[in-house]
Write a protein that binds this ligand. Structure first.
Ligand SMILES: [Fe+2]
Length: 376
């Protein structure tokens, strides 16, 4: 596995150009910790609920794993601090690669307006400034439930979980970026134990929520492993990966749960019905923004398919890497991640449930992962 070689590159050359104040602060002693503290606590509930435009959609895999699809608007802070600078920075490169100037400029304009909070909810939905997410409810051997990547706890979502039956025993925030609704999930199911990365645990601590299993800590990951193995679930955190994703393997159904490992279908259209309120752009993947995002964020990267910030996060000297690392001593290690991924791909997998893409055929998923990480 992972034998294909991408063209040679040095990740050092791809550091997003952050605003000057961020670069100055990052260079000061203790600046990275201060930058991390400046990020506001995650609160997905503050963003508008768009389920009236795109209703929640329940699903069950052929192996019997239940999940529910919901969509949310692109976060304006993420747009301002990551998408806008990267898209501006890579505009010329994308043009050199033959991308249409009109599409790129229109895409950058729309993400700029998202960053400035000048778009209405309908305009954002129409422009495809949404991501689809899948909350998975894994049935444990004890009959209890584990929620992987819970999204907004609407009445529909709560009723779906209650209909499934069984106590919610674990709530899993699958990576540092996926904790917008962790607080509300913990409030809805206060007896659940929280599983989260160091960064998500820090954010939750600021909100008064304690994390039972901080999986960035090897001892706590081991404790989680021991508790979940008895429940038929194997946790997996890729060694050396700055993205700190926890993947879960459900033995009985041979299902792998993942969040943000593969980005092949980022901003893919939601599956299922879209209400008449969302009048024009139903094919989210074909929106101008989505095309421009792929051109300026993915197609300019060395393998032409992974987000360029995924490469920058492997450069220990970059601000992005230092912000992504769970703690300053954490060692980002491409070789360790390559070995770890190879072992993951050897698991007998019947189905992959991806946070953004939903159900994926395991071969299609493995092909995507190989294409995106052959450079390791
Ligand atoms: Fe994500």
């Amino acid at each position: 596995m992972l034998k294909r070689k991408a063209r040679c590159f040095e990740p050092e050359y791809i550091e997003p150009i952050f605003p000057l104040r961020v670069r100055i602060l990052a260079a000061l002693p203790g600046g990275i910790a201060r930058l991390k503290k400046m990020v506001p606590p995650p609160n997905g509930d503050a963003a508008p609920d768009i389920s009236r435009f795109i209703p929640l959609k329940e699903g069950v895999t052929p192996e019997g794993v239940a999940y529910i699809q919901s969509c949310m608007l692109v976060d304006s802070d993420l747009a301002k601090n990551l998408y806008v600078p990267i898209m501006r920075q890579n505009r010329s490169l994308a043009l050199q690669q033959g991308m249409c100037k009109q599409t790129i400029d229109a895409g950058i304009d729309i993400i700029n307006r998202c960053a400035d909070n000048t778009l209405s909810v309908e305009e954002m939905v129409d422009a495809g400034l949404i991501t689809c997410n899948h909350t998975v409810a894994l049935r444990l051997k004890s009959g209890r439930l584990l929620l992987y990547d819970p999204q907004r706890i609407t009445h529909t979502m709560k009723a779906w979980i209650e209909r499934l039956g069984g106590e919610v025993a674990y709530i899993v925030s699958p990576n540092p970026a996926h904790c917008l609704f962790t607080q509300s999930a913990m409030q809805a199911f206060p007896r659940a134990k929280l599983v989260a990365s160091q960064q998500a645990a820090d954010k939750m601590a600021d909100l008064g929520i304690s994390t039972a299993y901080n999986y960035s800590n090897p001892d706590r990951l081991n404790a989680l492993w021991q508790d979940l193995v008895d429940e038929g679930v194997i946790p997996n955190v890729l060694a050396g990966d700055p993205a700190q994703i926890i993947l879960l393997y459900h033995e009985k159904t041979r299902t792998l749960l993942e969040a943000d490992l593969s980005y092949r279908d980022a901003f893919a259209p939601p599956k299922g019905l879209i209400t008449p309120l969302m009048k024009r752009k139903v094919e989210i993947a074909d929106t101008t923004f989505s095309k421009a995002w792929r051109a300026c964020v993915c197609e300019v990267s060395p393998n032409r398919c992974s987000p360029v910030y995924r490469f920058a996060s492997f450069n220990e000297k970059s601000i992005l890497c230092q912000l992504a690392k769970p703690h300053p001593e954490y060692v980002v290690d491409r070789e360790a991640m390559k070995i770890s991924l190879g072992l993951l791909l050897k698991l007998p997998i019947n189905r992959v449930l991806s946070a953004h893409q939903g159900e994926i055929d395991p071969q299609r998923w493995a092909d995507a992962v190989l294409a995106e990480f052959a450079w390791l």
